[in-house]
Design a protein around this ligand. Sequence first.
Ligand code: ADP
Ligand code: F6P
Length: 734
Amino acid sequence: MSSEGRLIVVSNRLPLTLRRAGEAWRTERSSGGLASALDPVLKRTRGLWLGWPGDSAGEDPVRAEHLAGWQRKHGYVAVELPADVARNFYEGYANQTLWPLFHNFPTNIEFDPAGWTAYVEANRRFRDAVLEALQPGDLVWVHDYQLMLLPGLLREARPSAAIGFFLHIPFPASEMFRILPRRSELLRGLLGADLLAFQTHADLQHFRASLLRICGTESRMDRVKGEAYHTRLEALPIGIAPDEFLRFIEKDKSTQQAFEEHRRRFEGLKILLAVDRLDYTKGIPHRLRTFRRLLERAPRLRGKVVLVQVAVPSRERIPLYEELRHEVSELVGEINGEFGTPQWTPVVYMRRGIARSELVALYAAADVGWVTPLRDGMNLVAKEYVACQRRAEGVLLLSEFAGAAAEMGEAFLVNPYDEDGTAEVLERILDLPLEDRRERMAALHRRVHRNTVFTWSERFVSLLREAASDQARRNGEQPARLPVGELAAAFRRARGRVLFLDYDGTLVPFANTPREASPPAALVSLLSRLGTLPDTATTLISGRARADLEAWFGDTPGLWLVAEHGAMLRRPAGTGWELTRPSIPVAWKDRVRPVLEHFVDRTPGSFVEEKDYALVFHYRMADPVFGEWLANELVSNLEELLAETELRAIRGQKSVEVRLVWTNKGEMISRVEAGLPAVDFRLAVGDDSTDEDLFERLPEDAWTVHVGHGTSHARYCLSGPHEVVAVLDELAGL
Ligand code: ADP
Ligand code: F6P
């Protein structure tokens, strides 16, 4: 990783957790994939890691001494959360609302508004901690669902900071995500990041679908263009540090000892190993029932196999976790009671955290790695098991609902809900010839060694640098805010003035249907005041049909009207419309209309607008996901039909317009100016790509104004129609 700027990792948990043990304090290794994956990365990069120490005891000198030691030795900075915030945030919104929902357990969701308040408060406290540490050039890397508001909060406070976000857990399908109270705040929070990465492509696609369905925001596969900022999107599956595990096996005495002990203890038995946090997403009861099915259907395996289940206690104050603990203990008891003998215990159950050496020894000794979560972002246990299979003799049994399944095709993939089916696969696996096992495991080895946590984090960091510097470049290209005082002075000094004003999105906001965006009386009166100023040509230059402009502005004195993006023009004195070219073809409409109508038939809420020289398919009121998909379909259908014609299908704001390629707003400049003696002031205001044609063709000293955020050929910008109207009002009063 390059040395420029520090890496600031921010996650709810630090790799160490502090626990009170009577009067004293105990430091424990945190469980969970995030901490185990990132710790080696931070050790290499020597950055900072900001996180909650796992308790909220407040003032206590011994505790403070512990935390200061963490910072000195490891660069871990504790983010303090008051006890009630921590409880409602961590046990509330994060783990009783987001966690079950994101893992497809909607019936497990509890939503308490106090949980949301605490979630916001906790994210704010993390923001303050980051701001305190942040130095110019640093990269901020936020992790996981507990901190989804943080990118947005940081962006607000430090618009130019480099902010990345990685989601370790799955992103649910939009049907599921939309259940979530406060869903749009979360999406907006995420869009504060320069780079937003997910474990799999499926997660990324689910995120895009939710964004479209809930916020109506369209995106591309690799980015979301926000109003002011863009967010780069990536699927970046996390890896592990495989060499660290090998080092334990090869060099660590206690690991080697533990390995020998396991061999002795389980001699003559095939070891099926499962390692999970004690969480309902991990499918532990399903596994135990599957094991029972195995023993029932294959009595020959009794006394020949053992299931070693390590379950690391987790989130113990949440009732569902407590219930799970009882359910698992009961099932273990039942199976051991039913099948066990004085010489053989079918299930060895360890409900506690175990030392790394013991864990690695188990991975190395196990014949089957049994990794069958009901849903999991990635599941690192699967990768750790593979890394420790040095002789490549073991087999990985993997749930198709773990993110790891997208990468680890050589594992035996099963549906953990299908307990009979999984038992059948297990029975087969236990007889798999050595060569087959070696071939599969060797392929998995290559994967785990190719995509390590280091390659993963280096890729994330380099993408983040790239995304942040693109952002900075884009910001540099963004037009400056319109200096209204200077504009007014130039307007007052000028002898001949031309105003080009777009309509929709510039003078009025967008409405559901074109007809609904009719002008308020104040706007008509403003335009008529501008239209009657001396030595001034005020031009309404719009993509609208002639009929709309006539109906709304036909009687406005002194106003020039340009309809259909420059296809035709009406002078203030005259009543007739002039065409840009002597004749404009329309016969094509009969071929194109049926295609658009076919799409309308398939899309509730959509309709076709017929202009004199254009046809427009509108889908603003259609289901956003379906509408977007259909618009893409329509454009590609039309491309074929319109090839080698003068017609183009152009994507607009929730619309697809078919029109002649040469109808262009820029074409109209000379016609309007021809009637004036000496033009020394030009103002053009518009919000979309058709206005860019105008900005590009005007001379450099013209006052070109883009409405909205983002890049433009215009020199200046204003934020929306309300600001445009205020500026015009000022000019009209001069
Ligand atoms: P999750 O993040 O949901 O807990 P993962 O399978 O991705 O699931 O990660 C579990 C991680 O917890 C693995 O890296 C594993 O090595 C680690 N782990 C397992 N047992 C312990 C333990 N006793 N103490 C700390 N970490 C453990
Ligand atoms: O990877 C999922 C994850 O929730 C991490 O964010 C978290 O640190 C880990 O699992 C363990 O959960 P907890 O921090 O609630 O103990």
